[in-house]
Design a protein around this ligand. Structure first.
Ligand code: GLA
Length: 710
């Protein structure tokens, strides 16, 4: 941590040797750089001049309980153009943030043609880049590659969401192939929800140059005189504990520095209606689902898509977005009957909305066709359901409307404790009826500034409602929006096997109390894969546990297992949701179903654990990913423990057994490790041979252990 701080402040100090020092060390600008650098800032002044030579004018420091911040005011040598450079170093977490405030008093608007959030020079070495690539239903696949000469660019052009395909967070290993718990690794996250571009350039033999910011493609920002443009923050960390150290720093920063709403709080166990009943909502079905989640010991029920609509009904994905009135044909007694029923069952109630969208088949669109993004004189490009459109969040009237959706719901039904905020469309129509013609290129940026402004209003009035960030799954898992949300839906893919992989990659940057993980049905509807209920529970239990299936279709065994899982999870919740994550054996590390190199000889496993700050309480998860007869087991070495302490293992969520005497499912037998004690040193150097053998369960075996210092 100290090393990081020194590093960044040394960088800043370069600027302080006299007031005429070039700002290039922190902010390479076009017109002031040599041929080696790419610019982080490129502008065209009102008179057509494209050069920028910033010189430090004044430096101030902020020092409070949470952070130290250096604020360097700079000005161009010729034009009345100003950039204030901010460098904030958090005290409790090894995270540094940089961002720039850009303004001018030129006679006419200035065109910002590139406006990154930060720049960092890196020495030569065997550098490896780690970034998450994925897709809908297959998020968070870590992609690891050696950095070579030339420019490596990662970008996302979805417009509205930026974490499907390529995501705005990266790690750079400075010591070759990155390791999980050793080696020097730099982590960076651009705190932005729109299009971004991250570049690592090695344009000469001297070193590498890292840049990250808003993608300037189709996004030249037209900045009026006196207007201040603040770039998104870019957060860095540095760790000599490998990728795990980087992850833990981001997790702690998210939880303790306001980057995740209510970051230090634990989350409830819920049932979401979507994969259980889809659009087929009726009061009877909802009440039955509430009964079920309450019976399992769950704490919250969330009614997903399909509850709203007036003239147009929401029976599929092609209508009614925007018409946020209860469909009384489905719910004759309104939401009140549901919130009352939740109260009777001692659970909370939550509801789904997709506020930034509408359908051509909606009363909203009929009344306000000017509220959707559209290209003048061109045919509308339609999204989901063949009718979906994105609202123009640059328009203050649309922002008011979006605010009112949440405000109306929560004013009329203050019992609503949870909102799932979805976003299922990209920006396909590149035009804002609200923005003036000469500022159309501000759209990609102003959309997100409008969204953030609206979310800020919502949070100011409703700080306590839990809001889930969903964008067709994990499409908006980013630190631009996370401060307004309590959690995010990791993926629409609930297949427990693939979830091991998706959750693994997602945990590189995001903490477990933000990661919504649900027990799905089996065979799973998207993949057809059949997985045992224990495996499904154990996979979901490593983050924010929930359930998404039709409980009415569950077997007695499944019900019994879920009841055990919920009770055990409650006892471990604080540790799982707020503990320090150590990833032990990666599903990606060797032969994996993704790399097509399965070997029947050695079982492939994935394993991770959480440890509390005092290192006297931990929980270990182990999943068998391949199962063949007579397969060699895989020893798992633990991490993050105190080598000098002795830990006793207690198996959790033990697989239920059928009790013939009682004709019922009940408690099962723990494995032989249950009750055994080992020193931390033994567990971390020798490791455990966890019974995930084929005799236990031929497909998808898994175990959870609690570790306690007696
Ligand atoms: C998106 C979400 C799902 C579900 C549906 C409802 O796809 O990711 O979880 O809410 O919308 O239409």
């Amino acid at each position: 941590m100290r090393r990081t701080r020194l590093f960044f402040f040394a960088l800043c100090a370069c600027l302080l040797v006299g007031t005429q020092v070039r700002a290039i060390e922190m902010l390479p600008t076009f017109g002031d750089i040599d041929h080696i650098h790419l610019p982080a800032l490129l502008v065209q002044h009102a008179d057509g001049d494209q050069s920028l030579q910033l010189r430090a004018q004044d430096t101030t420091y902020i020092d409070n309980a949470q952070y130290q911040e250096m604020v360097i005011a700079t000005k161009d040598m010729v034009q009345p153009f100003y950039v204030t450079i901010h460098v904030r170093q958090w005290k409790s977490v090894p995270i540094t943030e940089t961002w720039y405030e850009i303004s001018h008093s030129e006679k006419k608007p200035v065109r910002l043609q590139r406006f990154d959030s930060g720049y960092l020079p890196l020495d030569n070495g065997d550098l490896y880049l780690v970034h998450l690539h994925g897709n809908w239903a297959a998020e968070g696949v870590p992609t690891v590659e050696r950095l070579t000469r030339g420019v490596k660019t990662i970008r996302n052009s979805d417009g509205a969401r930026n974490a499907h395909l390529d995501a705005p967070e990266v790690m750079i290993s400075l010591d070759g192939v990155p390791q999980e718990n050793s080696g020097r690794v730099l982590g960076a996250a651009l705190c932005w929800s729109g299009n971004f571009e991250i570049r690592v350039a090695a344009t000469d033999e001297k070193g590498f140059h890292f840049y990250a910011g808003i993608d300037p493609m189709a996004s030249e920002y037209i900045l009026s005189p006196k207007q201040v443009f603040t770039t998104p923050h870019l957060a860095y960390t540095y760790s000599d504990e490998g990728m795990g150290g980087v992850s833990r720093a981001f997790h702690r920063w998210a939880r303790t520095c306001g980057m995740l709403h209510n970051g230090n709080a634990t989350r409830n166990i819920l049932l979401n209606s979507w994969e259980g009943i889809y659009f087929d909502i009726t009061e009877e079905r909802i009440l039955a689902m509430m009964n079920d989640i309450a019976a399992f010991g769950g704490e919250l029920f969330v009614m997903d898509d399909g509850w709203f609509g007036g003239k147009y009904q929401r029976n599929s994905d092609d209508a009614a977005l925007g018409d946020w009135v209860v469909d009384t044909r489905k719910l004759p007694n309104g939401l009140k009957a549901l919130t009352d029923a939740a109260k009777d069952r001692h659970i909370k109630f939550g509801i789904w909305i997709e506020p930034e969208a509408t359908n051509t088949l909606s009363e909203l669109y009929e009344q306000h066709p000017e509220w959707v993004l559209q290209e003048r004189g061109r045919e509308l490009k339609l999204g989901r359901g063949g009718t979906q459109l994105v609202l123009d969040m640059t328009n203050p009237k649309v922002q008011d409307f979006v605010f009112s959706i949440v405000d109306n719901l929560l004013t009329k039904h203050p019992e609503i404790a949870y909102i799932k905020w979805d976003a299922n469309a990209s920006i396909q129509n590149y035009g804002s009826p609200y923005l003036p013609r000469d500022k159309q290129s501000n759209l990609y940026v102003d959309y997100h500034l409008g969204l953030i402004k609206t979310l800020e209003r919502i949070r100011a009035k409703y700080p306590n409602v839990v809001i889930q960030n969903c964008a067709s799954g994990g499409g908006r898992a980013n630190y631009g929006l996370m401060p307004y949300f309590d959690e995010f839906w990791v993926s629409d893919n609930n297949d427990a096997l693939q979830r091991v992989y998706i959750q693994w990659g997602t945990s590189y940057f995001f903490p477990s109390n933000a990661m919504a993980q649900h027990i799905g049905g089996s065979p799973y509807l998207m993949t057809g894969r059949t997985t045992p209920i224990k495996f499904r529970c154990d996979v979901a239990m490593s983050g924010r546990l929930g359930m998404e299936l039709q409980p009415a279709h569950m077997t007695d065994e499944e019900r019994a297992q879920c009841t055990v899982a919920f009770a055990d999870y409650k006892a471990l919740r604080e540790l799982i949701q707020l503990g320090n994550l150590y990833r032990l054996v990666s599903p990606f590390s060797e032969a994996s179903p993704f790399s097509n190199q399965q070997s029947p000889a050695v079982q492939q496993v994935a394993s991770l654990m959480y440890v509390n700050d005092a290192k006297d309480h931990a929980v270990l998860f182990a999943y068998g990913l391949t199962s063949f007869m007579k397969q060699a087991s895989r020893r798992i070495r633990l991490a993050g423990l105190d080598p000098n302490r002795t830990y006793t293992l207690h198996e959790k969520n033990i697989r239920v057994a059928y009790h013939h005497d009682r004709n019922a499912w009940g408690e099962g037998e723990p494995c032989e490790l249950d009750g055994k004690s080992f020193t931390g040193e033994y567990l971390m150097s020798v490791g455990l041979d966890i019974p995930l053998s084929t005799e236990y369960n031929i497909d998808y075996p898994s175990r959870i252990f609690e570790l306690i210092v007696p």
